[in-house]
Design a binder for this molecule. Structure first.
Ligand code: HEC
Ligand code: HEC
Length: 343
């Protein structure tokens, strides 16, 4: 064998291996980080595939899902803020109509048992029906949407690629959207790196002190590693007299659930302002003022907050410094979550 031939053979083998390797490496894969509970989402009924994921992503960013093609899921769920909106308290939908609640962040949804501030939806594959059909969100009836999508040769081809069948049904639409949402995972904040003992990852003294305060005052509800106990709690917010949102009781009808709301994850909370179900607090200082001075005592107030939370200004600062270590830049800038409408 001549040297030249050997070299070209080597090159050919390398190219072949590279191609084979890229073929087999999935574009995105679900990860259960070490030490986390088992996800709740049932992947066996919606086997992950790149095609379904990319279709779901396309749908998430496509305003065609709304009646007048003005509003997409991403209008209210923006990646740079942890997939919520930041400029206003209550979400704005079609025609600028105002909703009644602040948009929730979207990440680590595979661990959620209940969705929405009141837990009114218990399956991620059903959840999108809510915003799509809500008159102040996307105001699009489902059969009408399915008709619109089936009229699109582009979408028929995308659904064919994803599901092996070009007939678009609401079930396939919802499965594709769920595939996208379930892959939105945030577990690479500095907090995570410190916990994993990664080289160079350390807390400052202020952050460490803030972490101690967090464990003392907040962790019973905002439990690690998800930073939510995944339950519903009354955290002492005075009721908004205009909206009169009773939270969980709206779903269960139980008095004991009055003014209880889903405990939101605090991951990425540096960027997901405004806060609470009605977006009443613009910043984390205001949140801490609430927990230290603003608790409304009521029958349903969670036991964890019955004893006053006492913190001086320097302690509050340290606690906020800790909360900011939960910001996950890798998640915020992950290109695989971005808008690829043109693709
Ligand atoms: C007009 C703004 C708006 C649009 C458009 C919108 N959402 Fe939302 N989203 C919200 C609000 C507000 C909530 C909280 C609703 C509640 O608690 O009643 C929410 C909640 C959710 C939740 C629950 C998260 C959790 O942790 O419980 C999911 C999932 C979600 N939206 C996905 C979507 C999808 C998918 C679309 C597109 C089909 C979409 N949203 C469109 C505003 C919007
Ligand atoms: C008794 C349970 C409980 C405790 C203890 C608790 N929280 Fe909360 N937290 C909640 C609930 C429930 C909500 C949502 C309330 C709502 O919107 O009506 C919430 C919301 C928040 C939010 C807003 C998040 C968002 O996305 O809107 C922040 C920030 C927050 N809490 C921080 C803290 C901090 C910091 C502490 C400790 C000082 C703390 N919480 C202690 C239950 C609790």
């Amino acid at each position: 064998m001549s040297l030249k031939f050997r070299y070209s053979l080597l090159l050919a083998i390398t190219v072949f291996l590279l191609l084979a390797f890229t073929e087999e490496t999935p574009y995105i894969q679900f990860v259960t980080p070490k030490g986390w509970p088992q996800p709740v989402y049932d992947f066996s009924k919606n086997k992950p595939s790149d095609e379904k994921y990319k279709l779901g992503r396309h749908l998430f960013y496509d305003p065609v899902l709304s009646r007048d093609s003005s509003t997409s899921c991403s209008s209210c769920h923006l990646q740079f803020s942890g997939f919520t909106h930041v400029d206003h308290a209550l979400s704005h939908g079609i025609n600028g109509l105002k909703g009644t609640r602040n948009s929730l962040t979207l990440f680590n949804l595979a661990w959620s048992k209940n969705f929405m501030w009141d837990g009114g939806v218990n399956n991620l594959e059903v959840q999108p029906i809510n915003p799509i059909t809500n008159p102040v969100e996307m105001d699009q009836d489902l059969p009408g949407l399915i008709k619109k999508l089936n009229a699109s040769a582009y979408y028929r081809q995308r659904f064919y690629k994803a599901f092996g069948d070009s007939v678009i049904t609401s079930q396939k639409l919802l499965k594709a959207l769920a595939q996208y949402m379930v892959m939105l995972e945030s577990y690479n904040s500095r907090y995570d790196k410190v916990m994993r003992h990664e080289t160079g990852a350390v807390f400052t003294d202020a952050e460490q002190h803030g972490y101690e305060l967090f464990k003392m005052h907040c962790a019973s509800c905002h439990a690690e590693p998800l930073f939510t106990n995944r339950g519903f709690e009354n955290n002492g917010l005075p009721v908004d007299t205009e909206l009169r949102d009773i939270g969980r009781m709206k779903i269960t009808g139980l008095k004991s659930d009055s003014l209880k709301f889903k405990v939101p994850s605090l991951r990425n909370c540096e960027l997901s302002y405004p806060y609470m179900h009605d977006g009443r607090f613009r910043n984390l200082d205001m949140v801490l003022t609430h927990y230290t001075q603003g608790i409304t005592i009521s029958q349903n107030l969670s036991p964890a907050l019955r004893k006053p939370v006492v913190m001086n200004d320097s302690e509050k600062k340290d606690l906020i410094a800790f909360l900011k270590t939960l910001t996950d830049k890798e998640f915020m800038y992950d290109l695989r979550y971005r808008n690829y409408l043109k693709e």
